[in-house]
Structure formats: C-alpha cells, structure tokens
Design a protein around this ligand. Structure first.
Ligand code: ZN
Length: 368
C-alpha cells in the first residue's frame, strides 16, 4: 500500500492518526490548504511549511487545462514543478466539471465539457482522470465521481450514485503506479440509504482511503452533519476519511467529532483576499472602518507571522490602498489559524479531552 492510515487514539467519535505517504508521514485530523493552480495563492511553499502545512491539494481540472499534465510530467512531476516537498493530493476534476452546469454533457463513458478558459471541447472520464493524476504524480489521487447539485431527487441520485460506483471500479482498473495511492469518493446525495450503499460499494473495492463528496453544496449544516453520521460509520477504521470542500472551524470540529480525518477548502485563502480574517470567536472583517485605529493584531495570542508583526489598522490601510501585501498577510493568518486549530484539536483527542475542546469552541464561536 502506498498510502496507509494508523489510528492512534479515539475520543468521543474523534480520531487522531498518522497518514503515511511517499512524501512523509502526517498527523491527522488535518486541514489541507488548496493550491488550485499548483500554488496556494500568494504564499511560497516555505511559508506554508513553516506554518505547519502537511498535505496540500491541487486541482486536476485546472492543471489539465493549463499548463497541461504533459508539461508538469516533463518538469519532473507536480512536487518539483511547484517546489513542494511534502505530500500532494489531487482531486479528480469531477467537482469542477460538474460545476460548469450547462457547459457539460454526462454519459456513461465520461463527461464532455467546454474549457472555461478558451471554450475548447474537452473530455474527462475515469481513465483520463487517472492518466492525468498519474502524470502529475501526486501522492494521493481521487477517483472520478459525479458530484450532483443540491437538491437532487431520489431517482437521479440513485442513478448517479450507481454510476459513481461503476466509475470508481474503472478508476481502480486503470490506476497503475507504485508512487501514488487512490481514494474512492462516497456520494449518495442527502439520502441515507444511498450513502450507505455507496460506502458498501467502495469499501468492497478496497481503496487506500475514502473521500466523502457531495456535501457542503448548499444544504444546511444540520443536514450535512446528519449525512456524515450516516456515512463514516460504514467506512473501515483502518483507512483515512476525507470530507471534501469543507473548511470553516465549526464544520471542522463537527466533522472530526464524526470521525473525519482530512479536510480541504479554498475558504481561508479566498475570504482572506476579501479582507476577512478567521478567529476563535468567528469572522473579523479587518477592512471595516471599525479597525481604522485598532492597533491590536488580528487575533491576540496568535503566533502567526502577521499577528506577531502587524496591526489591524495597518492591514486595513493596505486593503484600502489595494496593496498586494494585504492579501498575503490575511492569507498567512487564516491558514495558520486553521492549521494550529487542527493541531490543538488533535492534541485534545490524544489527551482524551476532545469533548471539552468541542464545548469550549462552541462557547466562544459565533458564525457571522
Ligand atoms: Zn495570526
């Protein structure tokens, strides 16, 4: 096995473990910063490493369209191309393609779509997605799945979930490399019986780990937590579980409480560029006038580079002046915040105090 998961401790449903990859062993639960275009926007790999990033995620769809997987392969693979020395997970391209709406056509064979860059006709299938991800040579590849919109009726969800299982089988059959693991992706919409069936189909195929897809697509958080409750229980204990596209502190705590080990989301870096900082008490819109003369750091006690050196007033000034450093400073804080938040959560699981961690979090946190 190229990717293995070792469970170290369990506490009130939460798991602490170790994920072994060809580029090192990493601690879970973990948050994976997103480097859509083979870069985590505005940050260097050294800065990511220094703030404790472990595995980062990159997008197959975007790299397939530009610069193309052949070029990345020629450069020596994605790690060398982007100068990231730890592990990389690539998604399958499915989520982006299905987000194109009217611009794509789904058949059993695969999906035809038009590039959002130049309108040219493209094709993705389980086999093509595996070929691209093998060329990128990420540590973890994701199976090509269909991510359906919310809400979707039972009939279509059933049809799509069954197809995702057939596509998962085709991914496994086509995937052939000893330097990359492959995760299956559980679908099933918001229907518990379909989630269970999807888990059973994929677990039978024995993937290296399991993504949980099709959540955080517009449903309420209560529905998401309920679906999660009815998903992780059907996944094997000795494999990593990865909740895809989720990255706000409340969802991280509740996901971990339901046995999830890995998360990713563009949220921390995307909102940073809009002047929104993440803190233990909720969101802080640092570019607001309230902070014009506020000479405190974004979050008192935060050990990130930004909070050790800059004030809210200065960062607000940078936003007002549209200076590029503004985006960098808040991105650094937001990612540091989430990564250290996950480290603290992991420590509480190892200490047997996760229940208290979760309670303390909800006492302080207000979702804006
Ligand atoms: Zn900070």
């Amino acid at each position: 096995m190229v990717i293995t998961y070792e469970l170290q401790a369990e506490c009130d449903g939460a798991r602490a473990g170790l994920l072994r990859t060809p580029h090192g062993t990493f601690k879970t639960p973990m948050f994976m910063p997103v480097g859509t275009q083979a870069t985590v926007k505005t940050l260097t790999p050294e800065e990511l490493y220094d703030m404790g990033a472990q595995v980062i995620l990159s997008n197959t769809y975007h790299l397939f369209l530009r610069p193309g997987e052949d070029l990345v392969k020629e450069a020596g693979g994605l790690h060398r191309f982007m100068n990231w020395k730890q592990a990389i997970l690539t998604d399958s391209g499915g989520f982006q393609v299905f987000s194109l709406g009217q611009m794509r056509k789904i058949k059993e064979e695969g999906v035809t779509f038009r590039s959002h860059l130049d309108g040219s006709k493209k094709f993705l299938s389980p086999e093509v997605s595996m070929d691209i991800q093998m060329a990128l040579n990420s540590d973890i590849a994701m199976a090509f799945d269909e991510c359906i919109p919310y809400p979707s009726d039972y009939e279509y969800t059933l049809l799509s979930t069954e197809r995702t299982s057939r596509w998962a089988r085709r991914c496994l059959d086509h995937h052939h490399t000893d330097t990359q693991g492959l995760f299956g992706i559980v679908q099933g919409g918001m229907y518990k019986d379909l989630r269970k069936k999807s888990c059973e189909d994929l677990v039978d195929m024995d993937f290296d780990g399991y993504g949980i897809g099709g959540l955080s697509v517009g449903e309420s958080k209560d529905i998401m937590y309920d679906v999660l409750d009815n998903t992780t229980q059907y996944l094997p204990e000795n494999k990593a579980r990865y909740l895809m596209g989720v990255g706000t502190p409340d969802c991280l705590v509740e996901g971990v409480a339901r046995g999830v080990d890995m998360f990713d989301c563009v949220f921390p870096t995307r909102v940073a560029r809009n002047g929104m900082a993440m803190t233990h008490t909720g969101r802080l819109t640092v570019k607001n006038a309230t902070y014009a003369r506020d000479f405190r750091p974004i979050e008192e006690g935060c050990q990130c580079y930004t909070c050790r050196n800059y004030t809210r007033a200065y960062i607000r000034h940078l936003f007002k002046a549209e200076e590029l450093l503004a985006y960098r400073l808040v991105s650094i804080h937001n990612l540091y915040f989430l990564l250290s938040f996950m480290r603290d959560m992991r420590q509480s699981i190892l200490n047997g105090t996760f229940r208290e961690f979760r309670q303390d979090f909800w006492k302080r946190y207000q979702d804006a």
